[in-house]
Design a protein around this ligand. Structure first.
Ligand code: ZN
Length: 393
């Protein structure tokens, strides 16, 4: 980090300290002189909402969208994002659309979710047309695929789960939309290698961005990049502390201060296959451990291991924490392949010695099963690595 960057970051911390929330949070800090930035406490999602709530009505600040992430049952945690959505700072570095593109925006509108509005805004900045379609049920797709083709769709944006669904249908039925489709944009969940491979095979350029509602876009990638590696934007200061990402937004137009915000992902620095160093590889969520059979298990790690099996196209964990508790690794086979579930189960247990010992031959509590498709959250169209299925079934 240059001394200029340190100067900018210290300025952000000092300005934030004038807000009531930070006055409390930073009470023990001496913010004079060249204070050490690593002494500044981290922020959580709750902090973002709490910091802004008392000053939200300040008439001097610019207008904002109130967006939320998650919060399906609990009170939503709000982030204030400027109406301009930082597009001025994003598009010079990440411009996935051309002015002759027609973008089918499959992100769900409403419910304070941000992606739909962001991709409409991105299309506008790139001079492209946009079809704000939103979420489509699987049985409606054949009809909508015809519609999108009729209106010249060249690009689609959605979660990787949605993109996979649409591409599988279009490719499987030999739909003419594939002749024109040249760009796919993903967001919201990690992009599996299979989707990246499918796009490459069919000449569709795959672009993604990484971030959260609170930080907004942190990094981006394109067709020559690894799908889970991202290049940080200049206004996002990324620190990696013990494998966790902390992000500070230095954009002068930011409405909520985002200072050492803990995004909740395990990450590392890497050089992207596109050749650019200083990229962030995202490995999954932090601390996603569940107590199962009396031991701590990372369902994400089991899912990642299952996906290393050459016959497995996709995998997901399903966990019932009632009585009797149960953990299931669900796998979708590669077309034309058969998954040896017994061998896969044994391999997974070999990697988890505590779990193998705890189960001691109990075959029903931990199972590997073959399924046609993985469970998806209907509202967000995301496929989580772990389905929490609550009580016994
Ligand atoms: Zn790259």
């Amino acid at each position: 980090m240059t001394s200029h960057q340190e100067h900018v970051l210290r300025g952000i911390v000092r300005r934030a300290a004038a807000l009531p929330f930070f006055a409390g949070k930073y009470a023990g800090l001496d913010l004079t002189g060249d204070f050490d930035l690593t002494d500044v406490p981290e922020m959580t999602r709750e902090d973002i909402t709490e910091a802004m709530t008392p000053v939200a009505g300040d008439e001097r600040r610019p207008g904002a969208f109130l967006f939320t992430s998650g919060g399906s049952t609990a009170a939503p945690k709000i982030a204030w994002i400027p109406i301009e959505m930082h597009l001025d700072a994003i598009v010079p570095h990440w411009r996935p659309l051309r002015s002759d593109d027609v973008l089918a925006n499959l992100a769900m509108p409403g419910r304070l979710w941000s992606a739909h509005y962001f991709y409409n805004g991105l299309a506008e900045r790139c001079g492209a047309d946009v079809i704000g379609l939103g979420h489509v049920e699987p049985e409606e797709w054949p009809h909508w695929l015809d519609f999108l083709h009729r209106h010249g769709t060249t690009a689609i944006t959605g979660t990787p789960s949605t993109l996979r669904q649409v591409l599988d249908l279009a490719i499987g039925t030999g739909h003419p939309i594939m002749d024109r489709l040249r760009t796919a944009l993903f967001f919201g969940e990690p992009c599996p290698d299979e989707l990246a491979g499918l796009c490459r095979e069919h000449g569709v350029g795959l672009w993604g961005n990484y971030g959260s509602t609170e930080t907004w876009v942190i990094g981006h990638n394109g067709p020559d990049c690894h799908p889970r590696t991202f290049h940080p934007l200049p206004h996002q200061h990324v620190e990696i502390v013990d494998g966790a990402a902390l992000v500070t937004t230095t954009h002068p137009g930011a409405v909520s201060p985002v200072i050492r915000y803990r995004i909740g992902d395990r990450v590392s620095w890497t050089t992207c296959p596109c050749g650019q160093p200083g990229a962030v590889a995202v490995h999954g969520r932090e601390g996603a451990l569940v107590k199962f059979a009396g031991t701590l298990v990372s369902p994400e790690e089991l899912v990642e291991l299952a996906r290393e099996d050459a016959a497995v196209a996709a995998a997901q964990a399903a966990w019932w924490d009632g009585e009797p508790e149960r953990l299931e690794i669900r796998v979708v086979p590669v077309p034309g392949s058969a998954v040896d579930t017994a061998a896969l189960r044994a391999g997974l247990l070999d990697s988890q010695i505590d779990l193998r010992f705890a189960l001691r031959g109990d075959d029903d509590t931990f199972r590997v099963v073959v399924v046609d498709r993985l469970g998806m959250n209907e509202r967000t169209a995301k496929t989580p690595a772990l389905l929490r299925l609550g009580g016994a079934t």
